[in-house]
Design a protein around this ligand. Structure first.
Ligand code: GTP
Ligand code: SPV
Ligand code: MN
Length: 592
């Protein structure tokens, strides 16, 4: 008798009609075999899926060039098909689930003809954690199979654990024709099912990542009283050895990985990495919040990563460990056979010759980028020199502060502490950020991105806001909530704050506040540091610049209020009254 997993896989095979079915076991040997297939058999357009890089300088590293039309998440083709449109909310694209499925069945029919279907058994979270989830993804891409091996915990044990239960997360993925016209990423939260066709890229295709661990999991979390968030998890060690754990949400390409891997510029401080993109946060037995990272790898933005900005990530990439490291859509230095991207010239002179992210000769006079702005690396978290010793703790780490960061040139100060939990929820719910290349849309325009979750919340965000308010009300001493913004600019459009390793100065203040060591200045928008409490020793930042990092531009805030109002109105009566109350208080504080 076949198990539920076998039955489901058989059903999908009947639909997509592959030549072969291969069940992955998640071993390193298997990853090597898959890489070989990608270097000698599987092609995208006219080049092979994988290309071997300089193994001495970049051990176990491979370059992958995606289809040129398939380089980022596609939010307009991503749907959350809840039973009703209202349940999906104004924050999601929605289709009637049955209608969506009949459309998808047509697209998936025979999609794997002539191809191999890979079955990937994996868990999100440590296999023995009470918070982990068992998942099965089907794919016809070796790039996706190897990426999932790096990003998740893949093993045949998962199949044994599922046994004959129906309780597993299902992902059906095919690259289809890689055509944007036939591309859909569709979620069916009621069935813990994701169906994705037409893209082989990152968040569109690695279905354990954004699709399950955020869109589907956020809805599970809502029902089960926990949180699934687009957050880093890290510990900050002070000179006396005390470690304080934080989580932090920043929109895509706004600084999570860099913060999660920071090499602090202040002596005696250390940062310990637990996660750079997703946090699952649960109440512990002591009714405090504990965070785990459900992933096992980084899928990080390549441009600007270098020894000057993020030495720990460079060491992670070059570490000689067991698992392969992938580079997607970076440029290539053909002389040394090493990956290259914009920002690396801060460490070493730019090579005289480069192949761009599509493999064409790069013309420096062209004023274009050699690496795609959303080019990325995929690397095991276990390569990181900053790996926290708590990384394999199934319970996770206790959280003392929650950060929300955005990319704002004017309104939001360098750092701000909320007055209380609900004010923090309001600040997070009204976050705006300049858009980036992580998704296919116009880059650099401000959009509301509440909790950095706009593209990832799998249900009505009004209910999500209420859920956050409820979570806070269950704790006598909830974690403190902070807003940060590394991206304020001067009149020439230059970032005022040096950022990266220097962000430890902000973290230091945050930790001092958590432990009640410093006072803070009350402003209409929240608590700010007294300027002498922000440790800027050794930085060449002037007092005028410091002031500018915190200046409250009343005109900009008036405009902000209008925008927030329009945003809140989208949710109609569903928006929690607590948030309108916060809105009114902010308005009257700003008037005074
Ligand atoms: P996703 O993987 O898309 O979720 O992105 P992320 O939030 O992990 O962003 P990441 O840390 O990869 O940074 C994205 C971009 O922001 C890169 O180009 C970084 O160089 C830049 N960046 C990160 N931190 C800072 C900072 O402190 N200051 C400045 N100016 N830029 C930063
Ligand atoms: C993001 O866009 O937030 C990412 C990359 O982390 S992706 O996996 O494509 O979602
Ligand atoms: Mn992300």
């Amino acid at each position: 008798m076949s198990t539920e997993v076998e039955k489901w896989v058989e059903e999908q095979a009947k639909l997509v009609k592959p030549d072969k079915i291969y069940w992955c076991n998640g071993t390193n040997e298997e990853a090597r075999e898959l890489l070989k297939i990608g270097m000698t058999k599987e092609k995208i357009g006219n080049h092979y899926t994988f290309y071997e890089l300089n193994q001495k300088e970049y051990p176990n590293s491979y370059l992958h060039r995606s289809h040129p039309s398939d380089v980022a998440r596609v939010e307009h083709l991503t749907f959350v098909n809840q039973p009703t449109k209202e349940m999906a909310g104004p924050n999601n694209n929605w289709m009637d689930p049955e209608e969506a499925k009949s459309m998808l069945y047509k697209l998936f029919d025979g999609a794997m003809k002539g191809r191999t279907m890979y079955v990937l058994p994996y868990t999100m979270g440590l296999p023995d954690s009470p918070y982990s989830k068992n998942c099965i993804q089907i794919t016809d891409s070796v790039y996706v199979a190897v990426s999932m091996k790096i990003m998740t915990r893949m093993s045949t044990e998962v199949i044994k654990k599922i046994g004959n239960s129906t309780d597993f997360v299902k992902g059906l993925h095919s690259v289809g024709e890689l055509s944007p016209e036939k591309r859909y990423i569709m979620h069916f939260p009621q069935e813990s099912l994701v169906m994705s066709i037409g893209s082989g890229y990152g968040g569109n295709a690695l279905l354990g990542k954004k699709c399950f661990s955020l869109r589907i999991a956020s809805q599970l979390a809502y029902k089960e009283n926990w949180l699934a968030e687009h957050m880093i998890v890290a510990g900050i060690e002070e000179p006396d050895g005390k470690i304080t754990y934080i989580t932090g949400a920043f929109p895509s390409a706004c600084g999570k990985t860099n913060l999660a891997m920071m090499s602090p510029s202040i002596k005696g401080y250390k940062l310990w990495t637990l996660g750079d993109d997703i946090a699952w946060i649960n109440f512990g037995p002591d009714k405090k919040l504990y965070a785990i990272n459900p992933e096992a790898g980084f899928f990080g933005v390549a441009p600007d990563t270098c020894y000057k900005t993020n030495p720990n990530m460079m060491d992670t990439l070059k570490a000689d460990k067991f698992l392969p490291t992938l580079y997607t859509n970076t440029a290539l230095d053909p002389k040394t056979n090493t990956p290259w991207w914009e920002g690396m010239e801060r460490d070493n002179p730019r090579p005289k010759r480069l192949l761009d992210w599509q493999g064409n000769e790069f013309d420096f006079a062209d004023n274009k980028k050699a690496a795609h702005p959303n080019s990325r690396f995929t690397v095991s978290i276990y390569n990181a020199p900053t790996l926290s010793k708590e990384v394999d703790n199934p319970q996770g780490v206790p959280i003392s502060a929650i950060l929300f960061g955005s990319r704002r040139s004017r309104t939001i100060p360098l750092v701000l502490e909320s007055f209380d939990w609900n004010h923090g929820v309001f600040c997070a719910a009204t976050m705006g950020s300049e858009t980036t290349a992580a998704a296919a849309h116009k880059v650099g325009v401000i959009r509301r991105d509440p909790f950095a979750m706009l593209p990832f919340c799998g249900y009505n965000m009004a209910d999500y806001f209420k859920h956050w308010i409820n979570i806070g009300s269950q704790m006598p001493n909830p974690p403190k909530i902070f807003m940060v913004n590394w991206f304020r600019v001067d009149e020439n459009g230059k970032f005022i704050w040096p950022g990266f390793r220097e962000n430890i100065r902000v973290m230091k203040w945050i930790i001092d506040r958590v432990h009640g060591r410093v006072k803070a200045k009350e402003t209409p928008i929240g608590f700010e540091p007294y300027i002498e409490d922000l440790d800027c020793s050794g930085l060449s930042i002037t007092d005028i610049e410091k002031e500018r990092l915190f200046k409250i531009d009343t005109q900009a805030w008036e405009h902000e209020l209008e925008e927030i109002k329009a945003f809140f109105n989208k949710f109609g009566d569903k928006l929690p009254q607590e948030l309108w109350k916060q809105y009114d208080s902010l308005k009257s504080r700003l008037k005074k």
